[in-house]
Design a protein around this ligand. Structure first.
Ligand code: SF4
Ligand code: SF4
Ligand code: SF4
Length: 191
């Protein structure tokens, strides 16, 4: 598909990008990939819902203002759904420019979200579990081993694409997604 970011190109945007967790979590919701920055997005998106309808994974829903927002849990209710494949169909369906067109997507990271793991994690409580690691196709979750203790998961922020695949398999509901600080020059237009 034209404009579709390959697995390698997606990782190229993120690897070595120097992303860090923000000191305070942004209140801006997780819009579809390749969204304009929140203020501009709200001014540009018509709330038509075409991107929501276009997503084969079912991870886009309308928020209280009828604006599209990512809801991995919604996608997980559909067979095989629940993670973003970065297929670009949502952006292709957008006629207002609120989601970047294919040419612009070729040089823009889809978003700056990455997984984060809370203290609800079973492994952090001494219970053996590595379900999130098994689900991550990007190899972005490693386990830190400490003598005499259960290994705990650690997210590689340079490898995590924020795809959401690790959320559903987590039996503790410990995985959520947080906006990263983008390095200078990246994500100048996309949110
Ligand atoms: S890129 Fe594909 S899977 Fe991801 S939100 Fe858009 S349509 Fe859904
Ligand atoms: S969101 Fe989860 S599954 Fe996806 S790349 Fe990040 S750690 Fe891996
Ligand atoms: S799947 Fe959930 S509970 Fe299990 S190790 Fe990963 S974050 Fe912890």
């Amino acid at each position: 598909m034209a404009g579709q970011a390959s697995h390698s190109s997606r990782r190229a945007f993120l690897l070595g990008a120097g992303r860090t967790r923000p000191e305070t979590q942004s209140p801006a919701p997780q819009r579809p990939p390749w969204s304009l920055a929140e203020k501009t997005f709200l001014e540009t998106c018509s709330g038509c819902g075409d991107c929501v309808d276009a997503c084969p994974e079912g991870i886009l829903v309308a928020d209280a203002r009828a604006m599209p927002v990512v809801d991995f849990a919604h996608g997980q209710m559909e067979p095989g759904g629940g993670a973003c494949t970065f297929c670009g169909r949502c952006a292709d369906a957008c006629s207002t420019g609120a989601l970047l067109a294919s040419e612009a997507r070729a040089t823009s990271a889809p978003w700056s979200f990455a997984a984060t793991i809370s203290d609800a994690c079973l492994a952090r409580q001494g219970i053996m579990c590595q379900s999130c690691k098994d689900a991550c196709g990007d190899g972005a979750i490693r386990f830190a081993y400490q003598s005499g203790r259960v290994a705990v998961p650690v997210i590689d922020l340079t490898g995590c694409t924020g795809c959401g695949a690790c959320q559903a398999p987590c039996p503790a509901g410990a995985v959520s997604f947080q906006r990263m600080e983008a390095p200078q020059g990246e994500m100048a237009d996309a949110g």
